[in-house]
Design a protein around this ligand. Structure first.
Ligand code: NAD
Ligand code: TDX
Length: 332
């Protein structure tokens, strides 16, 4: 049994991880989360109070971080500013949290000599051509496109430097696009699901040809637990579930699964610098650490996600109008 500190544990993937830990281990969790617009204490509702404690605070607050590192065995670092479109509008918080926040945690990991796992993204590798058979591997050169992905790339490089120069016991994972419950309505899949539930037409950027490699958030969680348990210090592991789909296909599937005509969507202004395609080769994680994803059927996972948003309007409704007003101001 371990005591874990989970940063960003009130966000989308972090809260899915906390649910996964409670359901699959005896571990206890302290969540450190600033509860920005993207964090929601309700995402942790119903979890046992003797195993999950939420501390509201900033990962860049060195005194708070120092205190919390003294209370745990290992740290899993999810907290980030995570939305590309926001980073194009106002990059500053991305530098503060993704770079300075990660630096603050690494200094505490060094001082307390604690096991540290850094959560990152496949976006650090840039993008692939639509017709290129290649996929990202652990040796693909970094080539980020947006303020978001460049700050995530910077945070990965800080982790590598703290391992090499200071002997911090860290691992890194770079995962593909996640879907599942508790994802903020600013992101692609929840935005389109909640649009359809409200009778608004889904909005596709540009031609809708861009490809994302979808993985269920619960599979991301099992991969992270596997790396915490068996990962080799200093190593990077790519996490993906062979879920490549273009955006148009995903929107058509959401429309079909909700009983709507599959052409009932709009094309809107494209994202500047929009990455074309992401694709993950997760052979290293599967062969060296023995991980396999559980959600192999994207349509079934998407249907369950649609059902979750239908059943949990109280969770997403307060954010919906503000998000749509932001997109409308940009023609999206
Ligand atoms: P999210 O935006 O849903 O959640 C981020 C959480 O971090 C929120 O709860 C927020 O309140 C918290 N936070 C933000 N700034 C903070 C700060 N300064 N101090 C403490 N807490 C702070 O993001 P997500 O989609 O769950 O992503 C989580 C992590 O996974 C990120 O590191 C992201 O880069 C990575 N990732 C995401 C995806 C994806 O598809 N969403 C894919 C691969 C990797
Ligand atoms: O309304 C939309 N219409 C649309 O066509 C939105 C919000 C998005 N899109 C497109 C843009 C992307 O091609 O859908 C795709 C997915 O968009 P996002 O949900 O914004 O995700 P993405 O930019 O791919 O980044 C996500 O995956 C990697 C997460 O937000 C990142 O945190 C993670 O690192």
């Amino acid at each position: 049994m371990s005591h874990l500190l989970v940063t960003g544990g009130a966000g989308f993937i972090g809260s899915n991880f906390v649910h996964h830990v409670v359901g699959n281990t005896d571990d206890s969790v302290i969540v450190l989360d600033k509860l920005t617009y993207a964090g929601n204490a309700a995402s942790l509702a119903g979890l046992p109070e003797d195993r999950v404690r939420l501390v509201q605070g900033d990962i860049a607050d060195a005194a708070l971080v120092d205190e919390l590192f003294g209370q745990v065995d290992a740290v899993v670092h999810y907290a980030a500013e995570s939305h590309n479109d926001n980073s194009l509008h106002d990059p500053r918080p991305f530098l503060d949290t993704n770079i300075v926040g990660t630096y603050t945690l690494l200094e505490a990991a060094r001082k307390h000599d604690k096991r540290f796992h850094h959560i990152s993204t496949d976006e650090v590798y840039g993008d692939l051509e639509l017709d290129d058979p290649a996929r990202f591997t652990e040796s693909t050169p970094y080539n980020p496109s947006s303020p978001y992905s460049s700050t995530k790339a910077g945070s990965d490089l800080l982790v590598r430097a703290w391992v090499r120069s200071f002997g911090v016991k860290a691992t890194i994972s770079n995962c593909s696009n996640n879907y599942g419950p508790y994802q903020h309505v600013e992101k692609f899949i929840p935005r389109q699901i909640t649009n359809v539930l409200r009778g608004i037409r889904p909005k596709l950027y540009g031609k809708g040809e861009n490809v994302r490699d979808w993985i269920h958030a619960d599979d991301h969680s099992s991969a992270v637990l596997t790396i915490l348990d068996k990962g080799v210090i200093g190593e990077t592991y790519l996490i993906g579930a062979d879920g490549e789909k273009d955006n148009k296909t995903v929107v058509e599937l959401i429309l079909a699964l909700t009983g709507n005509p599959t052409d009932a969507y709009d094309h809107v202004t494209d994202r500047p610098g929009h990455d074309l395609r992401y694709a993950i080769d997760s052979t290293k994680l599967r062969t060296e650490l023995g991980w396999t994803p559980r959600y192999q059927d994207f349509e079934a996972g998407l249907k369950a996600t649609i059902d979750w948003y239908r059943d949990n309007e109280d969770w997403w409704a307060p954010a919906k109008d503000g998000v749509e007003a932001f997109y409308a101001s940009k023609g999206q």
